[in-house]
Design a protein around this ligand. Sequence first.
Ligand code: CA
Length: 222
Amino acid sequence: MRILVVEDAVDLAEAIMMRFGRTGHALDHAASAAEAEDYVRHQEYDLLILDINLPDKDGFTVLRGIRAAGITTPVLVLTARAEIEDRISALDYGADDYVVKPFDFRELEARARALLRRRQGIASGATVHGNLTFDRAGAKITVADRTMVLPNREFRVLEVFLGNLGRVLTKAEIVSQVYGFDDAPGPNAIELYVARLRKKLQGSSLAIRTRRGLGYVAELVA
Ligand code: CA
């Protein structure tokens, strides 16, 4: 999943990026409204974490612009304003949820997780695909009776495949879901993750097939 953090307070932005980076998500950072609008025009995101008090325009303006452009990406608003009117405005302008500063990072993460799950149309933390169980909250998978905790990036690559069953994905598409602009690796990294995943998925209902010259397609097998 790819997340854009829009926050001009550098310390806070870095702390958020660090927390979410640890869970293996791709992250980009915008320090102003103009930068955020630029990112959103060029890249599709699965979640926006949007501060309301920005140096150039307020976050409400960014939010209205995004929704007016037909972009449906979930938006989690950060507001330092405790007034009920501001929170209502955020929701009226099309935010999906909000957190009032100062917040506990665990709350921010839990709310972000809920929005990302909703984005995938999944109601609970775990999904079952034949004999494969994919447990988001626990960051682990179970194949038949074997439970494995996957390293973050491997887990996110598998998440991308499960969200796109039967669809051919290029390596570049996978990279854009798992890495931000600043830490994007070469396509070889994806080959490596796929090789590791295949090993762990042996005997499971999920097969990741290579489409030569195109990329990969994940399919459920009987
Ligand atoms: Ca701010």
